[in-house]
Write a protein that binds this ligand. Structure first.
Ligand SMILES: Nc1ncnc2c1ncn2[C@@H]1O[C@H](COP(=O)(O)OP(=O)(O)O)[C@@H](O)[C@H]1O
Ligand SMILES: [Mg+2]
Length: 237
């Protein structure tokens, strides 16, 4: 279970997040929705410990977040295109290998390669393990990135617009995969999504941000129009 409490971020005069509280249960896919600039990516960075100015608390299963608790998936899929799919997935294990091993990633130990293979099976790409990562389609590459995240053995997966660069069929497939992983592996998965319809189909719950405040927190099929109206309409609505 991921708990974000009173997350506050400001850049100079601008307050980007105003004491945001969000929880994601183990076994749940939470979608975070909101217009551009509403603070979604900042919230994810704060949750991952990548936002040095963030105030507030992040716990994982009730304890202060540890670096390996949280794995990330991005819109721009950062695979090493010239390396094999399997090597890319093995890289997810780097954080828990002894330094001597991580310095020679060409020589991932057999147990790591085996685990990476199981992660690839989990995302349906075991048959592509020995292809160069750059040869796969965008949707397949994002599934490899999900397998790499799994190979880290995280408790939490944070995904920032993981399907924004994908065609509609691949987007459905990646979101269905993230939902399955949450449910089957008991992971807390938080995904920032651009299309409310995708969230409605795949998420267990949605949180809506506007201007750095949580405006909605509830079932995935609720009306989210208010998130995308200009702030100036807030007073009259
Ligand atoms: N490094 C930064 N420096 C200054 N302002 C930033 C920085 N990162 C984000 N912001 C501002 O914080 C606000 C929220 O940004 P962001 O979290 O990226 O929004 P979203 O992901 O919802 O589009 C925006 O107004 C953005 O300009
Ligand atoms: Mg963003």
């Amino acid at each position: 279970m991921l708990t974000l409490s009173s997350i506050t971020v400001r850049y100079g005069e601008q307050q980007v997040l105003h004491g945001v509280d969000v929880t994601v249960a183990a076994g749940e896919l939470l979608a975070v929705l909101g217009a551009n600039g509403s603070g979604k990516s900042t919230l994810l960075r704060a949750a991952a410990g990548l936002e040095p100015t963030a105030m507030g608390h992040t716990t994982v299963d009730g304890r202060p977040r540890q670096p390996l608790d949280i794995a990330m998936v991005f819109q721009h899929i950062h695979l090493v295109r010239r390396r094999s799919v399997l090597d890319n997935v093995c890289a997810g294990a780097l954080g828990r290998l002894p330094l001597r091993r991580s310095l020679v990633p060409a020589l991932f130990p057999a147990d790591v390669r085996e685990e990476a293979m199981a992660c690839l099976e989990r995302v349906g790409l075991a048959d592509r393990a020995h292809d160069r990562a750059g040869r796969l389609s965008g949707g397949q590459q994002q599934r490899v990135a999900v397998a790499r995240a799994l190979c880290q053995r995280p408790r939490v997966v944070l995904a920032d617009e993981p399907v924004s660069a994908l065609d509609p069929a691949a987007a459905e497939q990646v979101l269905a995969l993230l939902a399955d992983l949450a449910h089957d592996e008991d992971l807390a998965v938080l995904a920032v999504l651009h299309q409310p319809a995708l969230a409605a189909r795949h998420a267990d719950r949605i949180v809506g941000l506007r201007g750095g405040h949580v405006l909605l927190d509830g079932p995935p099929d609720q009306d989210v129009d208010i998130l995308y109206q200009p702030e100036s309409l807030k007073a009259v609505s």
